[in-house]
Design a protein around this ligand. Sequence first.
Ligand code: ZN
Ligand code: ZN
Length: 441
Amino acid sequence: MGGEIMAVAMVMAAENAVALRCVGEFGELDDAELVAAVSAAHRQAARAQARELEAIAELRRRRIAAEADGDPDYRVLTAHESVVEEIAVALAVTGNAAATLVHVAERLSTDLPATGEALAAGRIDLAKARVICDLSDDLPDGIAERAEAAVLDKAAEQTTGQLRRRLKRIIGRLAPDAARQRTRDTVQGRRLEVWETGTGVGNLSLLDLPAEDAHAIFNKISAAARGLKGDGDDRPLDMIRADLAKGLLNGAVLPDAVRAVLVQAQAEPGEQSDVAPAAAPVETEVETLAETIDERLHRVRHDARLGRRVNELPRLIGRAVRQIQDDVAAQRDGLCQGNEPQHGHPSYRPPAELRREIEARHATCVFPTCNQPSRRCDLDHTRAWRPGTPGITCRCNLAPVCRRHHRTKQSPGWRLHQIWPGLLVWTTPSGAWHIVRPERQ
Ligand SMILES: [Zn+2]
Ligand SMILES: [Zn+2]
């Protein structure tokens, strides 16, 4: 145990030395090194938070052990409550914030040790550790550990939202009854909340409705808003939705025109709910290709560093990705085209069937951290569409991209490449890359 702590301390000292040496010298770093410095500092913060939680857990253990030795006295705080107060004053945080910290500390030191280790190693941050804690609370014996084991490997590269969705899916599979019961319990707390932001603006929120009810309401209002827009209302869709909802909650009735649109929209399939489509199966070849790309780009970066060409990294990475794309082009064309007379669809707009296929392949915008459902994204031509160019309308050149990340894609230094149908590579201005695979559970 002592040796392990010693080793951890030495690693931390080494990273601190790097970080300290960099203080005030960021001007001398290249872009890739700056991004690396950001990541290193984020990992250090996670390690420090792990230490904080370990210390809290130890304090709690001592207080609980002392309490167990004597008779319970109901006139005073329990040991647990007392620790919460101690932490609240020590950190000058609210009782709620302290209670959360103590709870997370206890969970990580008892039934979620692997999450504690991942935090201590800086592989995940505190926000992700909290997601794992929150969602695995109150599950039948052994389920929390199994769910934890299933999500931890990928948690490093997922946002908290992605992690939360994945964990929910896994818990739903491992303990369907418990998951359903939890949904029922949560729905019991459904409520309407109002709060002011202090700038003359008020927010109104319907919370903890059954998901299908929430989507049904949103879809109905959206369909009515789109109907008004189609009739020439030039306000933004969000504003029309808000005004419609406000009117309805104030007791107004829907105008006949809007009602007609609603009836029509409800008849259309696909308008009913936002539930993500089932994931398409992913062939092992795609995974192998993704790994090959990653390896090749790592090698390019390694060589660039050895050859002191780090400043050229964005250009070298871009060139390598294009090279990979060319290498697989013939195979990809064969796969797409099959026995068809030409590769791809002749028009700019993809036919409905192709659109559904692309949306099933990626349930959200293909930017690595984006959660915008693909139904609310544009189907972007990865290479710009022009007849007779490689920018064709085909499964190998289409992907859902939201407005914001469409702008990202167009920004200097950013590029998006589709190497294989559904397998995309983003390259960044600092010469980093992010591989996006077709969806899977
Ligand atoms: Zn194609
Ligand atoms: Zn996006």
